[in-house]
Design a protein around this ligand. Structure first.
Ligand SMILES: [Zn+2]
Ligand SMILES: [Zn+2]
Length: 370
């Protein structure tokens, strides 16, 4: 396995104006550093941001997607940390590479975990490895916000997105003095490093390593096709959509299609929340990414052949929003063309109503944890 991709190098403060500035740790996401900075100076994060930017409701939006160049420059002078490292510790740059253009911070981002914020409270959007907290100290990494990260490659554990004691989502920005760092849950003060995590699913680690490698300049490939970075992620979104469709509409017709890729068809389940990928907890995303990896590895030729040979409905192969690469367009066009000449039947499960009620219940529970 190659060395893990580094999102930013980290830095010690040099001639800061503020009295007690913690170093920016390697790969640390901006909001994590800002909260540690506030607690190190003995104030809560809200007080710090209110004094920095009066009138800006900084913690009510996504702090790692809404930092502007003026704020970066201002913080760089106060903290003595280079502005380019702060810029590398937010998600805007990654997101613009993922979508091939500048992102709109007011829209839910693809592949970036959604905070589900209401005022300063959140429903999720952050994850951590308890073994990393124990060994490296408590801080959140850029990877803590990326939806294709579900596991820690170092400790081979599935990440956690809530407090194991009280089930509260991780909200380090709600910590207040006398806390001096991020080691505890903001609600029940449980020591986050002492949580137990499940072993990682190996295919998800392969997926993560491949996806991260694209940001280090590794060529994106799908079978024999060379793709741009955003095209590779498009293919993954498409495959995720196919798998989620199959989980919703189990049928004898589509089963051979998935088993031909080594996907455990009966193990395909609808995530309890039923929300888009970037809202799901790490364990649900890990299961989906493991199956996506199996289908990705099979390549477009095998996918095209299986779609031609087996009666898959065009709705299952539906394209997500965005610009599909040519190889995906061609498979989709083949399935669509064939559908016009032969009838394809699939039978949906009869338990839709029960499942929808359970999903709404899970979403309500998620909101109540804010
Ligand atoms: Zn770890
Ligand atoms: Zn707790």
């Amino acid at each position: 396995m190659d060395a893990p991709h580094q999102w930013q190098a980290g830095a010690n403060p040099l001639a800061p104006i503020w009295p007690l500035v913690p170093p920016l740790k390697p790969d640390e996401v901006f909001s994590s550093w800002l909260v540690r900075c506030a607690l190190a100076m003995g104030c809560d994060p809200l007080t710090l941001t209110n004094s920095l930017w009066p009138g800006v409701r900084f913690w009510c939006r996504d702090p790692d997607r809404n930092l502007n160049p003026h704020q970066v420059k201002e913080l760089s002078v106060l903290a003595g940390i280079p502005a380019d490292l702060f810029a590398a510790s937010v998600l805007s740059r990654i997101q613009s590479l993922l979508v091939g253009r500048r992102e709109d911070p007011n829209h839910a981002a693809q592949w970036v975990l959604c905070l589900g914020a209401r005022n300063r409270r959140r429903a999720g959007g952050l994850q951590y490895c308890p073994a990393c907290f124990a060994e490296e100290g408590a801080y959140y990494k850029v990877q803590s916000r990326l939806a294709w990260h579900c596991s820690c490659p170092r400790h081979r554990l599935t990440l956690l997105s809530s407090c194991q004691s009280c089930n509260a989502p991780l909200c380090p920005h709600l910590l207040m003095p006398p806390e001096i760092d991020l080691r505890c849950c903001h609600r029940c003060h449980f020591e986050l490093a002492s949580a137990l995590a499940r072993p990682a699913l190996l295919p998800t680690l392969d997926f993560q390593e491949t996806a991260d490698g694209l940001f280090s300049g590794r060529q994106a490939v799908y079978g024999s096709y060379l793709l741009e970075l955003e095209e590779w992620f498009y293919v993954c979104r498409w495959l995720l959509g196919i798998l989620r469709w199959a989980a919703r509409f189990h049928s004898a017709c589509t089963r051979p299609f998935f088993t031909s890729f080594g996907v455990d068809y009966m193990g395909l389940t609808v995530p309890a929340l039923g929300l888009p990928f970037q809202y799901l907890p790490p364990a649900d995303r890990a299961r989906l990414l493991g199956d996506t990896w199996a289908m990705l590895q099979a390549g477009p030729d095998k996918l095209s052949a299986a779609a031609q040979r087996l009666p898959v409905p065009p709705s299952m192969m539906r394209l997500p929003a965005g610009d599909p690469p040519a190889c995906v367009q061609s498979i989709f066009a083949d399935v669509h063309g064939r559908h016009n000449t032969e009838a394809v039947h699939h039978r949906a499960h009869a338990d839709h109503t029960t499942r929808n009620v359970l999903m709404q219940w899970q979403r309500l529970l998620r909101k109540l944890q804010r």
